[in-house]
Design a protein around this ligand. Structure first.
Ligand SMILES: [Zn+2]
Length: 206
């Protein structure tokens, strides 16, 4: 369970992005995920929950979620509610996350006019990312998935900026991404990563 839902961002996000949604994959649909979450709660392995919940919000299509038979099961409804609340919280975090992308050129900018124009163009493209996926489209990735590829970010996203602005953009991105990961447990009403890590250590020492 822990291998699939690690406490570490660099271990989890690539796994989440590469997930194979077919029958043989480690993700076998919402109902299995609800079972995994119930088991984790039962054995008090709470440290796997942030990644498990995040995965559910990322990979479950709205209609799958709406039509889940778990809505009729009083023991499972609480999990679905937690997923839904978390999804709303992540959506709000997504909006806050892009603030840094809509920033003005940095103080050491070498080409204010062209950097300002490029940043404006980037900011204009953001709403299309923030709006829900079109009907019938695949899963809508949250921040971590959408902005994960450093190479793309460096070459495509920041490619039109001068060197100081591109560096500023990349470091803002790295720190915003760390902040986002830090907030994931609280989005799902869970203790912080620090508390979860210490719970894990205490539990595994027993
Ligand atoms: Zn610049």
């Amino acid at each position: 369970m822990e291998r699939n839902f690690p406490l570490d961002m660099d271990a989890f996000v690539p796994r989440c992005l590469d997930a194979d949604l077919s029958e043989n994959s480690w993700f076998r649909g919402l109902e299995t995920m609800v079972n995994i979450i119930i088991t984790a709660i039962h054995i008090n392995a709470l440290w796997v929950l942030p990644a498990a919940y995040y995965y559910c919000t990322e990979m479950t299509l709205p209609r799958t979620f709406r039509n889940s038979p778990s809505w009729n099961d009083p023991d499972r409804v609480a999990i679905l509610r937690e997923i839904l609340t978390g999804k709303i919280n992540l959506d709000i975090m997504d909006v806050a996350y892009v603030d840094f992308l809509a920033s003005p050129p940095c103080s050491g900018c070498l080409s204010r006019a062209s950097c300002a124009l490029h940043l404006l163009r980037l900011a204009r493209g953001l709403p299309s990312w923030l709006t829900p996926a079109k009907k019938g489209a695949g899963p809508k990735y949250h921040t971590l998935g959408h902005w994960w590829n450093r190479k793309w970010l460096k070459e495509q996203h920041c490619g039109g900026l001068c060197t100081p602005c591109a560096s500023a953009c990349i470091s803002a991105y790295e720190s915003a991404r760390d902040d986002y990961w830090d907030k994931i447990p609280s989005a799902f009403n869970l203790p912080s990563w620090k508390e979860l890590r210490s719970l894990r250590e205490t539990d595994l020492d027993k």
